[in-house]
Design a protein around this ligand. Structure first.
Ligand code: F0G
Length: 351
């Protein structure tokens, strides 16, 4: 019963670090694996939520960023760059501060949640809003990293996926074995690939007896892997996964096929419903993109792709506080009252 030491120290022997690697950490990982009684009752499955919004910057990106920034520091980098729908930039900005590096981020203008913008700015990143999509931002970031002295920390950097695989380790460590199925959102397709790497690694080393079927979910307006072709103008309310040409496309397809899983589309309406379900029935406030894992589980259950009695983990990837605008817009307007107990009681329906 000791204090959590962060992803690198907890899983050092499974990560590409040596005694010479400076460990840049905010003590990420060690996030709750929370039973979901209401979703379990709805599906007949034994459902657990891996609550990644509990990471230091509020998303799973921190698991990968601790490794990517530590390796960049080891290589002598003075500056890092990333393209982002918001969470990667928030994480890169914070870890760059910790490492004493400069950080540049490229985001699609007007298409990232306000909390994420706030994070990049408060940590002092140089933020460029690009008149284009996330896919345009990533292409630009790759070019800049190729021609200028700045290290790319998007998930095309293999150290990111190495760090992110630690979430699969934690799940097996907590449950004693891998679940039957694992549901998660798919955007740039790095995370599903990282989980699959982690599950396979534990199974190969005899730390689990099986690996789960990987079930990935894209938003229907941004579902290139489901379609089998890039989407030029991706669109969804789940801005974190508004991506038309995922960088880890092939790795995600491999994870799907090797695990006997699937990658499907869920509509914005399904995502919004799962978002409210998690907030109002499970007490877990996630961002919209994160809810696609649970929206996807409900859909997969209906299709018989997941059966009653099976153990299922849904990763909820980011904290709902990142997008307060959406939460407020979807709720009834608050009532204003005078400093008066009778008026307050009446407004609350108590009197
Ligand atoms: N959920 C959230 C909250 C995300 O921010 C992302 C990706 C995903 C899911 C999808 O994960 O890309 O590994 O398939 N966000 C990236 C970013 C693109 O820039 O923050 P993925």
């Amino acid at each position: 019963n000791r204090a959590w030491r962060g992803v690198i120290e907890e899983y050092r022997d499974r990560l590409p670090v040596t005694a010479r690697t400076p460990v840049v950490t905010l003590l990420e990982g060690g996030t709750p694996l929370l039973p979901a009684p209401r979703v379990s009752a709805m599906t007949g499955c034994d459902v657990w939520l891996k609550v990644e919004g509990a990471n230091p910057t509020g998303s799973f990106k921190d698991r990968g960023m601790t490794v990517a920034i530590s390796k960049a520091a080891e290589a002598g980098a003075k500056a890092v760059i990333c393209a982002s729908t918001g969470n990667t930039s928030a994480s890169a900005a914070a870890y760059a501060v910790r490492a004493g590096m400069a950080c540049a981020v490229l985001v699609p203008q007007g298409k990232i949640a306000m909390g994420k913008l706030a994070q990049a700015l408060v940590h002092g990143a140089k933020l460029l809003q690009v008149d284009g999509s996330f896919d345009d931002c990533l292409e630009l970031a790759r070019k800049l990293a190729e021609h200028y002295p700045v290290a790319l920390v998007n998930s095309v950097n293999p150290h990111r996926l190495q760090g992110q695989k630690s979430a699969a380790f934690e799940i097996v460590d907590a449950l004693g074995d891998a679940p039957d199925a694992h549901c998660l959102p798919v955007g740039n397709a790095g995370n599903i690939s990282a989980y699959w790497m982690g599950y396979r690694e534990y199974a190969a080393d005899g730390l689990s007896t099986r690996s789960p079927r990987m079930l990935g979910f894209q938003a229907s307006g941004a579902a290139p892997i489901v379609r089998g072709a890039p989407v030029t103008h991706p669109n969804t309310i789940a801005t974190a996964i508004r991506i038309g040409n995922p960088a880890s496309w092939q790795l995600a397809v491999n994870a799907r096929d090797e695990s006997g899983g699937d990658i499907q589309a869920v509509t914005d309406r399904q995502i919004a419903a799962a978002y409210r379900l998690l907030a109002q029935e499970e007490g877990v406030f996630v961002e919209l993109a994160s809810a696609s894992s649970v929206a996807g589980l409900l859909q997969a259950r209906e299709q018989g792709l997941v059966r009653p009695g099976e153990r299922v983990v849904c990763t909820v990837t980011g904290n709902g506080l990142k997008d307060p605008d959406w939460a407020i817009a979807g709720a009834p307007a608050p009532t204003t009252v005078a400093v008066d107990a009778h008026a307050a009681a009446a407004a609350l329906g108590l009197a």
